[in-house]
Write a protein that binds this ligand. Structure first.
Ligand code: TRP
Length: 449
């Protein structure tokens, strides 16, 4: 078992947890989901779920980690012998996410380069499609990103990365604020701002709820054991509720700003054509180069922006890989280097399949999804809600909410503990179950309302 150092000071923990939480989920995934699932309606549902389910799960996971001082694989088993499988299931989700996360990381790497090399070309409509559907180039950039991630984990330079992130993450926040102000103040942005900020409840559907729930877990790295791991490093002196609120606020702020930077720009460039909103995973890559291309010093600002996104993606992919590797070490007693290399090889194989799914294999559909979209759907919209739901059930009925409350209260007040107990025991599992089932049925067109 590796030594569990506790973080030096509150800021260290919050930055590390936020560094893992803030990544492509906020900058790439949130804006395209918000655009697709009704703008303001999605934003509203997302925030509603974040302050309720998000808070409850984050408090739960951090507490479980700090209480047991174990990795998620072992933690569930220790709390209750019969629930060890949940730790395995939770650790399995990053396995599904890792390959395609690195593929998108490769897209970001490519765009960092393309913004410097030929911004005019990158801003063309057909550029993205041409790039992802080619066979070799995306694989090369994917390889670069995967290799960077693997090297960081192999050489254990996480500490260095953490230091760097103290400068680069605030820089990302600053540039995101700057860009969203720029986009919002462009002429013609108003319809986009309205679409994003004013909820139109006609756009609400179960699919919106399921997409928002999956996104919430994904973005805050919940229901994958990650926050359990971070909790196990949190010192007994820190207040769990405070830490939770700060991580959530930071994560949501970045996602919100990313939406504000992208969605009004989509309206702007499409001349109000709403079909541009449902572009999906390509949204950020198609929209932002256009913004950079028409702004002063766009090449430099654009390259800097993509570089910071790249860094945020790297801190997240490192912690995804780290989670899988430490799971394998704990479970199979394997050594760090072979375990890392095996996971990297697996990531390379499956990520390449995802990439070719945009080109020569674009006719392959799994229950109606392309390969990457399928992995994304099943991990975020099926497994994450399932793990979240079972975690609540386990806490509510097996180890009891009181054990979590005691951990939180071991150093400070837990003002909303009554609310916490009802949420974790009844409201969260019942609602997650309902959202999961109805959202899935609706996604497949079985449920039509
Ligand atoms: N939360 C990260 C993001 O928003 C992505 C992520 C998913 C992640 N699973 C993870 C990060 C596991 C660290 C560990 O981009």
């Amino acid at each position: 078992m590796e030594n569990r150092n506790t973080f030096t000071g509150k800021i260290g923990f919050i930055l590390a947890a936020a560094g893992s939480a803030v990544g492509l989920g906020n900058l790439w995934r949130f804006p395209y989901l918000a655009a697709k699932y009704g703008g303001g309606a999605f934003l509203f549902v997302y925030i509603l779920l974040a302050v309720t389910f998000g808070t409850v799960l984050m408090i739960t996971e951090i507490s479980i980690g700090r209480k047991t001082q174990l990795s998620p694989l072992a933690a569930f088993g220790k709390l209750s012998k019969k629930w060890g499988w949940l730790g395995k299931l939770a650790t399995f989700v990053p396995v599904l996410i890792f390959p395609y996360y690195c593929l998108i990381g490769g897209w970001v790497t490519k765009y960092t380069y393309a913004t410097i090399a030929d911004l005019g070309a990158a801003a063309q409509d057909s550029y993205f499609g041409g790039y992802v559907s080619s066979s070799v180039e995306p694989l090369v950039w994917f390889g670069v990103f995967l290799a960077l991630t693997t090297l960081v984990v192999l050489f254990g330079v996480n500490k260095g990365i953490e230091k760097l992130s103290k400068i680069l993450m605030p820089a990302l926040l600053v540039i995101t604020v700057g860009l969203s102000v720029y986009v919002v103040t462009r002429p013609g942005s108003l319809p986009g701002i309205k679409y994003y900020l004013l909820p139109n409840f006609k756009e609400l559907s179960f699919k919106t709820f399921l997409a928002a729930l999956g996104q919430l877990f994904y973005s805050m790295s919940l229901a994958m054991g990650i926050m359990i791991t971070y909790g196990s490093y949190l010192s007994k002196e820190e207040k769990i509720t405070e830490a939770t609120h700060k991580i959530e606020l930071f994560d949501t702020a970045i996602a919100f700003l990313a939406g504000l930077m992208i969605i009004p720009a989509v309206f702007n460039f499409s001349g109000g054509d709403k079909t541009a909103l449902s572009t999906g995973p390509s949204l950020m890559f198609q929209t932002l180069p256009k913004v950079f291309n028409e702004m002063p010093a766009g090449r430099i600002i654009g390259a800097l922006f993509f570089f910071l996104v790249l860094f945020a993606a790297l801190t997240s992919s490192v912690s995804i890989l780290e989670a899988i590797v430490s799971g394998i070490i704990d479970e199979f007693g394997m050594k760090r280097v072979p375990a890392t290399l095996i996971v990297a090889a697996y990531g390379a194989a499956l990520g390449s399949v995802c990439s070719l799914g945009f080109g020569i294999w674009s006719n392959i559909k799994i229950i109606g999804f392309g390969i990457l979209d399928f992995l994304d759907f099943i991990s975020n919209n099926v497994f994450l809600p399932l793990v979240g739901m079972f975690t609540c059930i386990m806490v509510g009925f097996v180890i009891k909410p009181k054990s979590i409350i005691d951990e939180v209260e071991s150093n400070g007040a837990f003002r909303s503990k009554g609310f916490y107990s009802v949420m974790v025991k009844w409201i969260a599992p019942i609602f997650i179950f309902a959202i999961l089932i109805s959202g899935i049925l609706q996604s497949f067109g079985i449920l039509k309302i």
